[in-house]
Design a protein around this ligand. Structure first.
Ligand SMILES: *[C@@H]1O[C@H](CO)[C@@H](O)[C@H](O)[C@H]1NC(C)=O
Ligand SMILES: *[C@@H]1O[C@H](CO)[C@@H](O)[C@H](O)[C@H]1NC(C)=O
Ligand SMILES: *[C@@H]1O[C@H](CO)[C@@H](O)[C@H](O)[C@H]1NC(C)=O
Ligand SMILES: *[C@@H]1O[C@H](CO)[C@@H](O)[C@H](O)[C@H]1NC(C)=O
Ligand SMILES: *[C@@H]1O[C@H](CO)[C@@H](O)[C@H](O)[C@H]1NC(C)=O
Ligand SMILES: *[C@@H]1O[C@H](CO)[C@@H](O)[C@H](O)[C@H]1NC(C)=O
Ligand SMILES: *[C@@H]1O[C@H](CO)[C@@H](O)[C@H](O)[C@H]1NC(C)=O
Length: 503
């Protein structure tokens, strides 16, 4: 349960080292709503515009509920990964879910028809989230987890008000997968349960979440491992069902729970300090999880829902329950990284190029094509093939518009990367193949301290960032936080000072 706590503690720590705007980062939580000038509260608890108003934008803590852009409605889909064309960096994505299947931070790669979520030496990993939301449905992911102490893989459903349904893989115990859930980001020490299975790194397994209005079932290879009934989550004091019930994105991530700078509780939960000289880092330059397919089957929304359209979900108020969600025909695309839910056309002309989906896709496709070559001798491309793209950073205005900024979580890394282990541009050029990467990895992590008291969260320090990944939670400066699902933790102290952000 320590694990659950830790994992849950998601807090997002992100450091934007590069953007000056990060210095002025404004944090947000229940007691500190975002100001009008930076109206959107990202999933990592930082105020901004643009990407901050897209996936993960928390209407409870934003300037107005409407500050967050409408959330793309559920679409049945079966994703496979012969290339990475369906992925787009969060520094480019503006909300057009018809063009982009997944939004990422970090270092996704393609190999032999599989999507790899990688964590290069010293990095905070990768987070990949669907552009569309699921509001009750069945999600099946065929995957192999990462391995090694301190290395965590997660597959979760995560809503903008931080309801969460988790599968978590701790690399120190490949014979166990942990299941967990959260309601509106409220930490609970007792919700985690384990399921035993054959080696999660060596074997493909199908992990399923069957999310019904009255229960959730976690299954492995078609066999139910856990059932949570909604009626078992009733809180008589508040009169609420503490049951995940709001539109959620599917997120897959790899992150360093065992980062030395993380809180002791987090490191212990992750199975010990991460070993950057692990077999996988030595062989290919990164730890990785492999995703063969992701299937999303949408269920009907609750019968009471006011459905005035078929394009998007919106929250009507800050309650964050399913009763506060409506289905509309409102558009989900921002004109630029200067736009928000209440001014979706802002910056239209100036940022059109950045916003164009074509530019976006091209990056992704280059990745894919290059990675094809990579697998010559091995089944997975190595780190030199992962390149760091310098491009992608949208211009920022005075208000942070890209969570994770130029590099987002990665910024942390990036900052650190110069001196450390992430392959730099020169290495890229050497390797012929490869890919892309964006910037950042995940971002969340938890610290034991934060774990213990959610209140810490509120105390967070400043920072910036956000990434598409994890859940939410708090942090304390200098520490990394981890979200329930997979985000990372990071704390390179140097960087952090001043840039961390916690939720
Ligand atoms: C789940 O398994 C891990 C070891 O992999 C253990 O540390 C943890 O306590 C277990 N959790 C529960 C709820 O049994
Ligand atoms: C909860 O719901 C399930 C399924 O409807 C039912 O079998 C079970 O008895 C209920 N439990 C309680 C405590 O009401
Ligand atoms: C139930 O609700 C009350 C009042 O909101 C809250 O104080 C308590 O922590 C909740 N119980 C759990 C298990 O979260
Ligand atoms: C990972 O990076 C650390 C710090 O730069 C370095 O000491 C270590 O040797 C690297 N691991 C590998 C396998 O290269
Ligand atoms: C990565 O791949 C390149 C090209 O195949 C190879 O030259 C290099 O030695 C590999 N690096 C590692 C760490 O395996
Ligand atoms: C349903 O939503 C539409 C659009 O927001 C609104 O005009 C209508 O009044 C709503 N109906 C009800 C019953 O709330
Ligand atoms: C929000 O929830 C509270 C408590 O359940 C309820 O009294 C209130 O009416 C709700 N607000 C809206 C706008 O639905």
């Amino acid at each position: 349960m320590l694990g659950s706590v830790c994992s849950r503690v998601a807090a997002g720590v992100f450091a934007l080292a590069i953007l000056p705007a990060a210095l002025a980062a404004i944090t947000c939580d229940a007691d500190n709503l975002c100001p009008e000038s930076a109206p959107c509260c990202s999933q990592y608890g930082e105020c901004g515009i643009g990407a901050y108003c897209l996936g993960g934008c928390n209407p409870k803590f934003s300037y107005q509920v409407e500050s967050c852009a409408p959330q793309p409605i559920c679409v049945d889909n079966s994703y496979t990964f012969d290339n990475l064309d369906s992925l787009e960096s969060n520094t480019k994505y503006l909300g057009d879910s018809s063009q982009v299947g997944f939004v990422y931070t970090g270092y996704p790669l393609e190999s032999d028809g599989n999507l790899l979520a990688t964590m290069p030496n010293g990095s905070v990993g990768t987070v990949i989230a669907t552009s569309t939301y699921v509001w009750y449905g069945k999600v099946d992911v065929v995957m192999k987890s990462s391995r090694g102490q301190g290395v965590v893989t997660a597959f979760i459903l995560f809503s903008d008000v931080q309801d969460e349904i988790d599968w978590e893989f701790v690399g120190a115990d490949l014979g166990t997968v942990q299941t967990n859930y959260y309601y509106q980001g409220i930490l609970d020490w007792f919700n985690s349960q384990n399921i035993s299975l054959s080696d999660t790194f060596a074997n493909w397994h199908t992990y399923s979440v069957d999310w019904q209005q009255d229960y959730i079932q976690w299954s492995v290879d078609g066999q139910v491992g856990r059932t949570l009934y909604k009626n078992a989550t009733y809180n008589a004091t508040s009169g609420e069902y503490m049951f995940p019930q709001t539109p959620s994105r599917v997120q897959l991530s790899i992150w360093p729970g065992g980062l030395a700078s993380n809180a002791p509780g987090t490191i212990a939960w992750a199975g010990g300090e991460i070993n950057w000289n692990s077999e996988d880092i030595q062989e290919v330059g990164y730890d990785y999880a492999m995703i063969k397919s992701i299937d999303v089957q949408c269920y009907s929304p609750p019968s009471f829902v006011n459905q005035s359209g078929g394009k998007s979900y919106r929250y009507l108020n800050r309650n964050g329950t399913q009763e506060s969600v409506v289905i509309t025909d409102d558009d989900t695309v921002l004109a630029s990284f200067e736009a928000s839910g209440t001014d979706m056309n802002a910056g239209e002309s100036s940022s059109s190029s950045a916003a164009s989906s074509s530019s976006t896709t091209s990056a992704a496709s280059s990745i894919a094509s290059s990675s094809t070559t990579s697998s010559s001798s091995q089944s997975i491309p190595n780190a030199s093939e992962v390149e760091q793209s310098s491009s992608a950073e949208p211009s920022t205005s005075s208000v942070p518009s890209i969570p994770g900024g130029s590099g987002g979580g990665n910024d942390l890394e990036r900052g650190s990367s110069s001196s450390q282990s992430i392959p730099d541009a020169s290495e890229m050029s050497e390797s012929s193949s490869s890919s892309p990467s964006s910037s950042s990895g995940a971002s969340t992590s938890s610290s034991a301290s934060s774990v213990t008291s959610p209140a810490t969260t509120a105390t967070a320090t400043a920072g910036s960032g956000f990434s598409q990944g994890g859940s939410t939670t708090s942090t304390n400066a200098g520490t990394v936080v981890t979200p329930g699902f997979g985000l990372l933790v990071v704390s390179f102290i140097t960087f952090i000072s001043g840039f961390l952000f916690v939720i």
